[in-house]
Design a protein around this ligand. Structure first.
Ligand code: ADP
Ligand code: GLC
Length: 478
């Protein structure tokens, strides 16, 4: 079975969040399950800087745009062809795939990703005569929403799977932009891509797909409700026959505490609990030292560290954590380590806390793959108080690294964290989070209870094994 996996980011070439991780590890697992998978993504500046070699396999003329050059390269980590859509005017830029270095969205995102989508649809049907045609096209989020729409013009299109990683991001635009993109006029209709007098790339992805998946069973149910559906609940409700939730897995080689190059000391689930705890403690010291902790702190590392990694945005409930820190510092001996970047106000708040509590709050504002790995190993407790969380990968990494997570009972967090391997809470308030962290700290203070939690967290299989098989079954059924 030939599968074209279309995505706007894929680790290790380009990553802003969990989609990048999934677009690395899922295609690899699908391939190991016997599928012939190819990845297609835009040739961003950062991607071109990272690849060693490529061959040009052709050019495509899309509308009035300059030709897009199609490059083929091989995945840096395993044997899989990658197609890159090289269009310098649209993709050769600084910043991340979606935003300017100063943080605002690229204004021409509708053009950038509709062109990318059209090229992906043409690659799926082998317009360049490479001898490879997709049986299944697997698209991801709004950036690839039009792939399926373009494929609907084919007499016998490949089967089309669309995965929602986050329904809150949909890329809407007005009629003027719609016209400037020269999209087929009939797509502007309530039955197709029109959404409250605007056009939605996400809605196009939903409407034109044979099957819709999202990244956890609970989120599949949540997005059919007004609270979590961001306006799409009625549409998804009407499509529930083709909607399902398949839990994300993790790349258990990239995220493996026994081999992780970013760790100071390695450990594995088969080690004795005393060995694991000692190694975690050494990683805690390395983490605090990297973040500039004083000698006094480094000589006193038995105190618990609560860690957080992620985008500093409303979704992640980071404001709840920042608003809990003062009282937790007064009422416990916990320290806090936060790695992330995002909204200006939240970054400012974090900086204020760090200034106020130099021996209790440590942070890195920015993106650091190395610190993210070390933090998963070196924290005692991992905080993930998300308001909503389609799946969440960080709690899975923390479980694998023996760092019991404190999570809000939502989406993929509720599907992966239990009372045995972590602590769950319900209300999205600083008070509820504070109480949950106190519970975790009490467990931490009981050596036997905490060792059991670490053991429970580390013993499960969080790899793609089961979920990749579910995708293959879905492809076969469709
Ligand atoms: P989301 O995709 O919503 O951001 P996930 O938990 O699914 O959340 O995945 C986030 C991924 O991005 C993880 O691999 C996490 O380690 C990584 N990440 C997020 N922010 C940072 C950061 N500032 N530095 C390094 N890695 C980060
Ligand atoms: C999104 C979601 C996150 C999920 C990731 C990968 O970014 O916010 O919960 O884990 O996609 O599917």
């Amino acid at each position: 079975m030939n599968v074209l996996f279309a995505t706007s980011e894929a680790f290790p070439l380009i990553k802003t969040g969990g989609l990048g991780d999934v677009a690395n590890s899922l295609p690899n697992s699908l391939q190991q399950s016997g599928a012939d998978v190819r990845l297609i993504l835009p040739a961003y500046r950062e991607v071109l800087q990272k690849i060693d070699n490529f061959k040009i396999i052709g050019w495509m003329k899309i509308g009035m745009q300059q030709d897009a050059r199609i490059l083929e390269t091989t995945h840096p980590s395993y044997d899989m062809p990658i197609f890159l859509v090289d269009h310098p005017m649209l993709f050769d830029r600084p910043g991340n795939p979606y935003t300017h270095p100063e943080g605002y969205d690229w204004q021409d995102n509708p053009l950038r990703f509709s062109l990318f989508s059209q090229v992906a649809s043409l690659m799926a049907i082998d317009t360049l005569n490479t001898g490879w045609r997709a049986d299944v096209v697997h698209t991801n989020d709004w950036q690839t929403g039009l792939v399926n729409a373009y494929l609907s013009h084919e007499a016998r299109p490949p089967k089309r799977i669309f995965t929602i990683h986050n329904i809150a991001y949909d890329c809407q635009f007005d009629f003027g932009t719609f016209q400037s993109l020269h999209l087929p006029p009939h797509w502007w209709s309530m039955e197709l891509g029109e959404f409250h007098h605007r056009f939605s790339l996400l809605k196009a992805g939903l409407v034109f797909s044979d099957q819709i998946t999202t990244v956890s069973p609970k989120y599949a149910r949540e997005i059919c409700t007004p609270e979590y559906g961001y306006g799409y609940a009625p549409i998804l409700e009407s499509m529930h026959h083709k909607l399902s939730g398949i839990l994300n897995g993790i790349d258990d080689e990239v995220w493996n505490p026994a081999t992780d190059p970013h760790l100071h000391k390695h450990y594995a689930s088969k080690d004795k609990i005393s060995v694991i705890r000692k190694a975690k403690s050494a990683n805690k010291k390395a983490l605090l030292s990297k973040l500039g902790a004083s000698h006094a702190v480094l000589n006193d590392i038995d105190k618990p560290v609560v860690g957080f990694v992620g985008r500093l945005v409303f979704q992640k409930g980071i404001d709840l954590l920042l608003n809990s820190i003062d009282s937790l510092i007064h009422e416990s001996n916990a320290r806090f380590v936060i790695v992330g970047s995002g909204e200006h106000d939240l970054e400012q708040h974090l900086n204020q806390l760090k200034l106020a509590w130099p021996d209790r709050v440590f942070s890195f504002i920015g993106y650091s793959e190395a610190l993210a790995h070390l933090l998963e190993a070196g924290s005692d407790i991992f905080a993930m108080p998300s308001r909503y969380e389609p799946c969440g990968l960080n709690q899975l990494y923390s479980l694998r690294y023996g760092t019991p997570p404190v999570v809000r009972r939502t989406g993929g967090l509720a599907d992966t964290v239990t009372d045995k391997n972590g602590v769950l809470f319900d209300e999205a308030t600083p008070e509820a989070l504070t109480a949950a962290i106190h519970t975790a700290l009490n467990y931490y203070n009981d050596k036997k209870v905490w060792s059991d939690m670490i053991t429970h967290a580390m013993k499960n299989d969080y790899s793609w094994h089961k979920s990749a098989a579910e995708y293959i079954e879905l492809y076969n059924n469709v």
